[in-house]
Ligand binder design. Structure first.
Ligand code: ATP
Length: 361
């Protein structure tokens, strides 16, 4: 049945209350997470938040101190049992995807099929290379390929044994911007076409939005929010989660009878906050509308920056010390010195309680 390079199965990967420390650093704290068969999930978060550690635990390169990992419902790490990396049926693709320089492209790809008869392995490797559009390079050596092409060979090598789950750690970070976009799109198409389950580490929100069916947002070893890209953008759980995907205008305010009054309007307060509670109001620049009509709050334009697809307009409003930034498209961009009317679209406004923020690391 291993006749084509199409995946024949995709595994379910589950983390149950996984905790892992290196000496005294708790890198992963009580993470529970499930990757569905065929799903592409991105682990997203700032440097040092535990993404790579979580991936290495699934791969079998780290053994968690608490909790367990299951593949298709079978525990692979618990007190009694630890399945080594090569017996887990997971594929790995790391940032330094180095190919063997002294092996041909075909041999590099077939390397993942050790144990298979030579001829069958070559056929499989050719199929995988065809999938990434590089079969013509089968007899070439890595140095003759561009960075993007080498990356696609690494992808072919990772998918050829048809792993139940593909684990990828910043696989596109070595590529320049333009190449990255195209290799990323091709990888996404290939993962979907082969119905692979993939867990992909990135610190880039744009990449996560573009690749993921669901995003697992992490911070300081913990899972902060899990959901579709749209859910994370539209319903962030806290201010840091929101800031991960957009720039914001930020205002401090206090709750008064369930609402928050600001120089930009009145917004509803989060449930359960008493009058007097301090809140943070986040407003996306693209949620601020500027018109000539006198329907909103008067704003004085101090600066306009043209960005190509949009312009950033800086404004001063009565009652506000800090300027506000609006992001506008279209031709009717006000000029510096004009007075405009400012209104705010609710879907771009988030009000969060002012937590006693723990020190940022
Ligand atoms: P990055 O995006 O920078 O790779 P990450 O989110 O993948 O970061 P991890 O590499 O999982 O984060 O690291 C989580 C924490 O564990 C960090 O504080 C890191 O310094 C620490 N850490 C990681 N590996 C080791 C190790 N082998 N020994 C000691 N500490 C480690």
């Amino acid at each position: 049945p291993r006749g084509t390079a199409a995946a024949t199965f995709a595994a379910r990967l589950s983390y149950e209350h996984v905790t892992h420390s290196y000496q005294d650093v708790e890198a992963v704290s009580d993470v529970s997470l499930e990757l569905a068969p065929g799903e592409i999930m991105c682990l997203l978060g700032p440097s040092g938040c535990g993404k790579t550690t979580l991936l290495r635990i699934a791969a079998g390169l780290e053994r968690p101190q608490a909790g367990r990992v299951l593949l298709d419902g079978e525990p692979v790490t618990d007190e009694r049992r630890f399945v080594p990396p090569e017996r887990r049926g997971v594929g790995l693709m790391f940032q330094d995807y180095a190919l063997f320089p002294h092996l041909t492209i075909l041999e590099n790809v077939a390397f993942g099929l050790k144990g298979m008869a030579r001829q069958a392995a070559a056929t499989e490797a050719h199929n995988a290379l065809r999938r990434v559009g590089l079969d013509a390079f089968a007899e070439a050596y890595p140095h003759a390929l561009s960075g993007g092409e080498q990356q696609r060979v690494a992808l072919a090598r990772a998918i050829v044994p048809r792993p139940g789950v593909l684990l990828m750690d910043e696989p596109f970070s070595g590529l320049d911007q333009r190449l990255r976009d195209s290799v990323r799109d091709e990888t996404l198409a290939l993962l979907k076409e082969t119905r692979s389950s993939a867990l992909l580490v990135t610190h880039d929100p744009v990449e996560a939005m573009r690749m993921a069916d669901r995003i697992a947002l992490m911070r300081r070893g913990r899972l902060v929010q899990l959901g579709t890209p749209e859910a994370l953008y539209r319903q962030p759980v806290d201010a840091d989660a929101a800031r991960f995907f957009s720039d914001f205008n930020e205002l401090e305010a206090r709750v008064q009878r369930g609402a928050v009054m600001t120089p930009l309007g009145r917004f509803s307060a989060p449930a359960g906050l008493e009058s007097g509670a301090e809140v943070l109001v986040l407003i996306r620049p693209q949620g601020i509308r500027l018109t000539a009509a006198r329907e909103g709050h008067a704003g004085y334009v101090t600066n306009v920056r043209f960005l190509g697809d949009a312009s950033l307009v800086t404004l001063l409003l009565e009652g506000m010390e800090e300027p506000v930034t609006a992001r506008m498209r279209g031709a009717k961009i006000p000029a510096a010195g004009e007075t405009v009317s400012v209104t705010v679209e609710r879907e771009h406004v988030f009000v969060f309680p002012q937590a006693e923020a723990p020190a940022r690391s």
